[in-house]
Design a protein around this ligand. Structure first.
Ligand SMILES: CC(C)(COP(=O)(O)OP(=O)(O)OC[C@H]1O[C@@H](n2cnc3c(N)ncnc32)[C@H](O)[C@@H]1OP(=O)(O)O)[C@@H](O)C(=O)NCCC(=O)NCCS
Length: 378
């Protein structure tokens, strides 16, 4: 057997052949099925982009209409899922609530027919349609309120914001939210997608695939960084404090949240678009002092770490956008999951098409031939 060098974090090791998305970290390019994200952000919608990722081509007018309609029809969650969520502790993190709820879907839809395209489509529709409903339901229920039913006359993003805030959102805010979902839907072989593919490779159901990916996305080195960015900006508190804060963190060898990326060595193209979206929101709804702090931070970090290729990543400006929409900080990562579920499902489908169960190897660095010490001698 060929012996390979151990690479911590599997850096640079291909884990799949995939035609779903492409990143050029040196040039700052991200494409979904070959289409640049700048173009999709300007011209597409989240559901259209999800369709593109999962089925490989942009849908025709009729295909898109049918897909949107199916998703619209499946937004409601079973009352027993709602009741189950009601008993979740209100102090629990919404990502944990989402992971448990996504896994619970597998109990209610236990048929597993992985080679049937109709089953794949049903599962895709159900997951894309119900995840936002579950996120919004937990948010209302943890405040002691009843969840709000989805509204069929609202499109995907507007309906989510409506279910979350119990009022119809501003049209610009809903449009910007939809673009945020496009920007978060897919990003090649990241930790949660890898997790999704490993789980998919065992031929389990798609609810287990999504639940395992949600668990992986929750950590602060992955999706959870956007929450920590806001906490960091709040801790800095003023533009004057930025430089001493950055210097102290770097001296103590601490990471600055929202900066750096395993792949991008330039500013993340998603951060560029998110910054523009944040500015559009501030123009319409008034500025945010944390944006001034963020801009100063970007300048100082570029000065100190630009030579190492450390620039803002997707999480740096997304939190500011969601904050301006009045979304609580601990929902930022569940919103990331609302988008990314479509990317995970595209990888699920691709994995099934050419499946081989993941079974990597390890470099054993433990002992051998160790004698058993009886309990009384330990
Ligand atoms: C995303 C991340 C995990 C990528 O890590 P990675 O590819 O393993 O990069 P490394 O941790 O090996 O970093 C390479 C160098 O850049 C530095 N660096 C990387 N990210 C940094 C950050 N956010 N702040 C300060 N220094 C950073 C490292 O200290 C290291 O310096 P060294 O070579 O002098 O030791 C890392 O940049 C990070 O932790 N960022 C903050 C969390 C975050 O925003 N995550 C969201 C990602 S979308």
């Amino acid at each position: 057997m060929m012996v390979c060098e151990y690479k911590p974090g599997l850096e640079g090791i291909p884990a799949a052949q995939s035609s779903i998305s492409y990143v050029d970290g040196q040039k700052g390019i991200l494409e979904y099925r070959g289409i640049r994200i700048e173009e999709l952000a300007a011209k597409s919608t989240f559901l259209e982009t999800a369709y593109l990722l999962i089925w490989g081509e942009l849908p025709s007018k009729e295909e898109l209409k049918a897909f949107e309609e199916e998703v619209r029809l499946h937004r409601r969650i079973k009352y027993r899922i709602r009741d189950m969520m009601k008993s979740f502790p209100e102090s629990g993190h919404p990502m944990d609530a989402l992971q448990a709820s996504a896994a619970a879907l597998g109990l209610f839809y236990s048929l597993r027919d992985l080679h049937n395209p109709a089953y794949i489509r049903d599962s895709v529709v159900r997951l894309i349609a119900t995840i936002p409903t579950m996120v919004a339901a937990f948010q209302l229920m943890r405040k002691g309120n009843d969840p709000v039913k989805p509204r069929d006359d609202l499109d995907y993003s507007a309906n989510f914001l409506y279910m979350l805030n119990e009022k119809e959102p501003d049209a610009l805010a809903a449009k910007i939210f939809d673009i945020c979902l496009i920007l978060h839907v897919e990003h090649t072989m990241n930790a949660s997608t890898f997790s999704a593919r490993v789980t998919a490779s065992t031929l389990t159901d798609p609810y287990a695939v999504v639940a395992s990916a949600v668990g992986t996305l929750g950590g602060p080195l992955h999706g959870g960084a956007n929450e920590e960015v806001i906490q960091m900006l709040e801790e800095i508190g003023s533009v004057e404090n930025v430089r001493p804060y950055v210097e102290e963190r770097l001296q103590n060898k601490q990471k600055l949240m929202g900066f750096g990326h395993r792949v991008y060595k330039v500013k993340d193209p998603r951060a560029i678009i998110l910054q523009e979206l944040a500015e559009q929101l501030f123009d319409k709804f008034g500025g945010d002092k944390y944006y001034d702090i963020a801009q100063e931070m970007e300048r100082v970090v570029e000065e100190k770490l630009g030579h190492k290729g450390i620039y803002p990543n997707v999480d740096f400006y997304s939190g500011l956008v969601y904050r301006k929409m009045g979304i609580p900080t601990d929902l930022f990562t569940p919103i990331f999951a609302i988008a990314r579920v479509a990317g995970w499902l595209a990888h699920w489908k691709e994995q099934l098409a050419e499946n081989r169960i993941f079974r990597p190897t390890q470099v054993y660095n433990g002992k051998h031939e160790v004698p058993y010490t009886p309990l009384e001698q330990r």
